[in-house]
Design a protein around this ligand. Structure first.
Ligand SMILES: Cc1cc2nc3c(=O)[nH]c(=O)nc-3n(C[C@H](O)[C@H](O)[C@H](O)COP(=O)(O)OP(=O)(O)OC[C@H]3O[C@@H](n4cnc5c(N)ncnc54)[C@H](O)[C@@H]3O)c2cc1C
Length: 288
């Protein structure tokens, strides 16, 4: 298989990876962006909801934000490889199903995925918020939402608005913003241990038509990298460098505070800037 070389390989085309790539390109650094799925935008591609949280950007859904990030990458000429899941990383050699790449700098921007909590996704069991939940036909149906965070309460409200009879099951006292909890005063919240049977579709013996699993997210990282983690997230220093020199990480794959589109993008930009500084100081040393 042919080995392609570049200065920076970015793994993951969500807001963090795209922003990193756009800035590298603008800073004159060669990079290739590898994305597993058929489109750029990461978790934003799952969101049909208006994104009200990006300063200066109004009136766009998450999916439109994803499309506009992809357009920006195309406009500045980022080399994007879609449907290119990274299977393994060995040193600086990165293997996808179709090709092998090498680069002195790697950026892990693989984001996070909804936790399954042992449930298996099906047409009645939806893991995580967004398009899957919205595709459920819930009018007049009984829907159990598992979890006690913002997503659980948001998704319970959206299902209720579409006519579902919703119950939230949370093992601990819900930690969702009180604002979100207050929006659905009539939705039952069962706090404490419960027995959910995903084959029988029952919770504590009560039948439900659909389950929404809202157990938060967990970081994804390609296999082959032995990176130090914090709580399952890639540990980075303030420049975004991981425990492996030359391997950077940004966005939701990392332990940075606090994950959203704007902070993920900002993190990607910081990493891009840092790598460009490193490359510049390396080339000025080699000239002198
Ligand atoms: C339903 C929903 C609504 C949301 N609404 C908002 C909102 O209104 N405002 C807001 O600010 N944030 C919102 N968020 C959160 C926001 O989308 C995330 O914080 C942001 O997308 C994180 O960006 P990221 O680039 O770090 O990771 P991700 O978006 O997770 O992107 C990671 C990318 O890496 C790719 N990838 C993973 N593994 C590999 C691999 N091995 N090889 C190649 N590619 C790989 C994935 O396919 C993905 O495209 C929402 C999230 C969801 C799910």
């Amino acid at each position: 298989m042919k080995i392609s070389e570049t200065q920076v390989l970015i793994i993951g085309g969500g807001p963090a990876g795209i922003s990193c790539a756009i800035w590298l390109k603008k800073l004159g650094v060669d990079c290739v962006l590898l994305e597993a799925s058929a489109q750029l935008g990461g978790l934003q591609t799952r969101s049909p909801y208006e994104n009200l949280w990006i300063p200066g950007v109004q009136g766009k859904t998450g999916q439109q934000v994803a499309a506009s990030l992809a357009d920006h990458a195309a406009a500045v000429g980022v080399d994007v490889r879609l449907k290119c899941p990274v299977i393994s990383v060995d040193g600086r050699q990165v293997t996808t199903a179709m090709s092998v790449f090498t680069a002195p700098y790697l950026v892990i921007a693989t984001g996070s995925q909804p936790r399954t909590g042992g449930f298996t996704a099906s047409d009645r069991i939806i893991i995580g918020p967004g398009v899957g939940m919205e595709a459920l036909e819930v009018k007049g149906k009984r829907v159990a939402i598992f979890g006690g965070g913002d997503n659980a309460f948001d998704q319970a409200r959206f299902a209720r608005d579409r006519g579902a009879k919703v119950t939230i099951f949370s093992r601990n006292m819900p930690r969702a913003q009180t604002l979100l909890q207050a929006l659905i005063p009539e939705v039952g919240v069962v706090v404490g241990d419960y027995a959910a049977d995903q084959n029988a579709m029952t919770v504590n013996g009560e039948p439900f038509d659909a389950f929404g699993i809202m157990f938060g997210f967990e970081a994804m990282a390609p296999t082959g990298l032995t990176l130090e983690l914090d709580n399952g997230y890639v540990r980075v220093d303030r420049f975004g460098e991981t425990s492996l020199p030359g391997v950077y990480a940004c966005g939701e794959a990392t332990d940075y505070w606090h994950p959203c589109v704007t902070t993920s993008a900002a993190h990607g930009i910081q990493v891009a800037k840092q790598i460009s500084i490193k490359l510049q100081s390396y080339s000025s040393k080699s000239v002198n």
